[in-house]
Design a protein around this ligand. Structure first.
Ligand SMILES: Nc1ncnc2c1ncn2[C@@H]1O[C@H](COP(=O)(O)OP(=O)(O)OP(=O)(O)O)[C@@H](O)[C@H]1O
Ligand SMILES: [Mg+2]
Length: 307
């Protein structure tokens, strides 16, 4: 299946040319600079290098320099309910991937599983080549995977700036008070909350709490952030504003992003790739333009009016 895109790797010639096996196209070795990326729906991969053909089950082994995080057949049950059903996913370094799907599709469960709040019943999660499936949330966070919550959870009795400082101290043990203060202020300015730095968090509006959540997350200097419905409940102007910030996080700060959202105009406008979950299973994956026209996705989630 040659549905994947063609990625140009400018820095060095590829070590491998990778082809999907579904069905397997003729294997060729290329001396040039082009590497084929294939549709992730193919579960088996064939990598060709110096005439040797070998099978790989982990994408990371193939795309060492590209893949940041990868989930392999991630499955999670709640009693008899299969909340995640063998979900495969990956995120390149410096990529914004969107996850959409109806209520109860398993989106938040996937985030909880990546960040260590839940342990999958089977499958694994690999971050920068390391299996993190069994790590505790705090250790996963220390590696550079930070998240926001669908319902913001600020420390309500602490000031706004103290909330952000918590994010900083959580990852950097040795940082002076003054430096932490400067850093926190920098992120509050970024999200547009600096004028309220001394407010107590419970005085913030819903929108401001979302901004604080983002500032706290960014302050931990993550490599990847998981955003769970960060624009839910915002008005249209605020949605545009927040969407721009998310794009800046990727563009200027080079942080990879997985973004779960129901607000289609937001997520479809900035994500490079969209994964669609439905009843715990991945039913589609691809660029926003194709996902918007995908019959299965329209039927399960977007509705006819979207297309
Ligand atoms: N801790 C839990 N215990 C039992 N069932 C749960 C738990 N968390 C989630 N579920 C169930 O798992 C399924 C997936 O829930 P999840 O919260 O991941 O959906 P979601 O895609 O994030 O939905 P939404 O768009 O409404 O946020 C749902 O049927 C939900 O009721
Ligand atoms: Mg959710």
């Amino acid at each position: 299946m040659w549905a994947g895109s063609l990625a140009r790797i400018g820095r060095k010639p590829p070590k491998l040319v990778v082809v999907g096996s579904n069905p397997t196209p003729p294997a060729t070795i290329s001396g040039g600079e082009l590497v084929f990326r294939f549709d992730i729906h193919a579960y088996h991969f064939v990598a060709v290098s110096n005439s040797n053909i070998f099978q790989q089950s982990s994408l990371y082994n193939i795309f060492e320099e590209l893949i940041m995080i990868e989930g392999v057949k991630v499955t999670k049950y709640f009693g008899g309910l299969k909340a995640l059903n063998e979900v495969d996913f990956y995120v390149d370094n410096k990529e914004i991937v969107g996850i959409i799907g109806p209520n109860g599709a398993g989106k938040t469960t996937l985030f909880n599983t990546i960040s260590g709040f839940y342990r999958p019943d089977s499958g694994k999660i690999i971050f920068e080549g390391r299996d993190i499936t069994r790590l505790k949330p705090y250790n996963i966070f220390r590696l550079g995977i930070a998240r926001t919550f669908q319902i913001p959870r600020p420390f309500l009795k602490m000031s706004v700036i103290e909330n952000v400082q918590v994010g900083i101290h959580a990852r950097k043990r040795y940082i002076s008070r003054a430096e932490a203060n400067r850093e926190a202020l920098r992120w509050l300015e970024f999200v547009g909350l600096h004028e309220k730095k001394n407010f107590v968090a419970n005085q913030l509006t819903h929108t401001e709490r979302r901004k604080l959540e983002l500032a706290r997350t960014l302050a931990s200097e993550p490599k990847i952030i998981l955003l769970d419905e960060i624009v839910a409940g915002l008005n249209p102007t605020e949605v545009v504003e927040m969407t721009k910030k998310i794009e800046t996080i990727w563009k200027d700060y080079r942080i990879a992003i997985i973004w779960v959202e129901h607000v289609m105009r937001a997520i479809m406008s900035v994500c490079h790739r969209i994964i669609v979950l439905h009843q715990g299973s991945k039913i589609a994956e691809g660029p926003p333009t194709l996902i918007g026209r995908d019959k299965k996705v329209i039927e399960a989630y977007l509705g006819e009016s979207y297309a």
